[in-house]
Design a protein. Structure first.
Ligand SMILES: [Zn+2]
Length: 313
């Protein structure tokens, strides 16, 4: 069942990653104005999550991320969930994605020579704080503390049947280093690490994206380095920074350029909004990206458009 990015890239030129989960859940009536965000829907309407996973597979995604981005022990604990329930919900997110994949494969719609991949989504420390700090970075949190935050959940996710791990929206260098060290200690699954950036050069923390790529490129466990939840206009420059520094898969799955309002938990229009997803994707491929998808506010129809850029159709 497991296949690497390399096989997909060889077969069709690049990997199609899925789009936003939360945006789709909201479009279907889910209320995500809550500290647990999409992880809350795991308890309320798991069938809806499976359907969104399936819709992205039908749109042509080769990789679907699980609904666990905001599922953390710290986050669930703060909302009064027990440790046992938190573990079950994290496992459920993977099971739903795997069920969606089974449904998809049975439908005969899979056009690849291998099955799509399920990536267990792991959000940053800031996502569990639910205060928008994944778009700023954090001060006064040590590498050891960040390792402690990620360790428990990582241990749950590496025991699941997910094909790989996706650390997403990482805002600062220390968190990347914490993840790299943890993966070294618990190396049974490969992972990608994707950063949130505030412009074409810097992580949200203000540190250089270049330094983040350099810090991760010698990791055996990390198979991809990426940028997500970043405005589309900065992506090309970030790819060009990463490309000469690493031979790993370069993943980009930006948002639509809106600005996140962490108080009201809504996305607000900004000058960075860019509707030309497919034109941008073409530019990103030329710049050296190997995997493209979407983050907040992107939809299955955006992902479907990516199929027109594949080597084989
Ligand atoms: Zn996002």
């Amino acid at each position: 069942m497991f296949s690497t990015f390399e096989h997909i890239i060889k077969e069709q030129g690049f990997v199609i990653i899925d789009g936003a989960l939360a945006t789709e859940l909201e479009a279907r009536g889910a209320d995500l104005n809550h500290p647990l965000w999409s992880a809350k829907i795991l308890t309320e309407d798991p069938a809806m999550i499976k359907q969104v996973n399936l819709d992205y597979l039908n749109a042509g995604a080769n990789v679907i991320a699980t609904a666990s981005y905001q599922a953390s022990f710290m986050g669930y604990e703060r909302q009064g969930y027990s440790r046992e329930v938190a573990i079950k919900l994290m496992q459920l997110s993977v099971e739903l994605a795997i069920e969606a994949r089974e449904t998809f494969l049975l439908s005969g719609e899979n056009k690849m020579n291998q099955s799509p991949l399920v990536a267990a989504s792991l959000g940053p420390y800031g996502a569990a704080l639910a205060d928008g700090s994944e778009y700023r970075g954090y001060s006064n949190v040590s590498v050891d503390e960040l390792m402690a935050f990620h360790r428990d959940r990582l241990l749950v996710m590496i025991e699941t049947n997910a094909d790989m791990l996706a650390f997403e929206t990482i805002p600062c260098l220390d968190e990347a280093i914490a993840i790299k060290k943890l993966l070294q200690q618990h190396s049974s699954k490969k992972a990608w690490v994707s950063f949130s950036c505030k412009d074409g050069m810097h992580l949200c923390s203000g540190e250089l994206f270049e330094d983040a790529v350099k810090a991760l490129t010698d990791s055996e466990e990390i198979i991809g380095i990426g940028v997500n939840c970043t405005a589309p206009q900065y992506i090309e420059s970030l790819i060009k920074i990463a490309k000469p520094l690493t031979s790993k898969t370069i993943l980009v799955y930006p948002n639509k350029g809106e600005t996140y309002n962490a108080i009201d938990k809504i996305w607000e229009a900004s000058a960075n909004c860019d509707p030309n997803f497919i034109e941008n994707a073409r530019t990103w491929l030329r710049a050296g990206a190997n995997a493209i998808g979407g983050c907040c506010r992107t939809t299955p129809s955006d992902i479907k458009q990516l199929n027109t850029l594949l080597l084989i159709k």
